[in-house]
Design a protein around this ligand. Structure first.
Ligand code: HEC
Length: 208
């Protein structure tokens, strides 16, 4: 316990900076534990008070006045702009697309089919296999002449674009479902995939 008068104690404290190395203790002690009474270094105080001032300015600019958009708002805005663009592009593709066009224009165009094959062999091949017969049973065979979700080219477009419908139980016996590839690919790319699938099943689609 320090028994020095208060004034002297304060004087010593104020003086501390000039007498580096001297330790000032506060005048209490609990269970043998004492407490330093030291002024923090100026560089530390400057950082501390600057952080508080910075916070206040930041909080005002971003959250009160809304002068600058937060990163989250900017990202959300950019994503919804992309989403709107994608939906518009899909609508435009769908407006020009029907079963006949897919079979007689898209699937007979070598460069369109090649584009579809490129995406197929990068992604779809994992579950549907190199020969589209799904040898590992991770997806349905696309060459067994059975079209679970409809046998028209537009049905196939739909299942690729939107994935397994919510009401479907998926593929027996595992219940495996397919994700909506429309989240990854544009309407045009999905039409290219459909063209590729049609080109591998000419007899199924000759009726269109
Ligand atoms: C992770 C595995 C997986 C990948 C990758 C995958 N699929 Fe599928 N696919 C499935 C499963 C599982 C089903 C069956 C879903 C069901 O029965 O609901 C399916 C079903 C389909 C069907 C419906 C077949 C029918 O008989 O109606 C088509 C068409 C299809 N996929 C095309 C594609 C295309 C094109 C790609 C690449 C963009 C692709 N799939 C990528 C797992 C996959």
């Amino acid at each position: 316990m320090s028994s020095k008068p208060k004034q002297e104690e304060q004087h010593r404290r104020a003086d501390f900076a000039s007498k580096k190395g001297e330790v000032v203790l506060r005048p209490h002690e609990y269970d043998g534990i004492q407490e330093f009474d030291q002024k923090l270094p100026n560089w530390w105080l400057l950082t501390f008070y600057s952080a508080i001032i910075f916070y206040l300015i930041y909080w005002f600019i971003y959250y009160q006045a809304g002068l600058i958009k937060t990163d989250q708002a900017a990202v959300t805005e950019a994503i919804s702009a992309i989403q709107i663009q994608k939906e518009k592009a899909l609508e435009e593709t769908l407006a020009t697309l029907d079963d006949k066009t897919l079979v007689h224009e898209w699937a007979t165009d070598g460069s369109i089919v090649a584009e579809g094959e490129k995406i197929y062999s990068q992604v779809c091949i994992a579950c549907h296999g190199p020969d589209l017969d799904a040898p590992n049973k991770l997806g349905l065979s696309l060459v067994d002449h059975e079209w679970k979700y409809g046998d028209t080219p537009m049905d196939i477009f739909k299942i690729i674009n939107a994935g397994t419908p919510a009401e479907s139980k998926g593929m027996p016996p595992t219940g495996a479902r397919m994700i909506p590839w429309g989240a990854t690919y544009t309407g045009k790319q999905i039409a290219q995939l459909v063209a590729f699938i049609i080109s591998k099943n000419p007899e199924d689609f000759s009726k269109f």
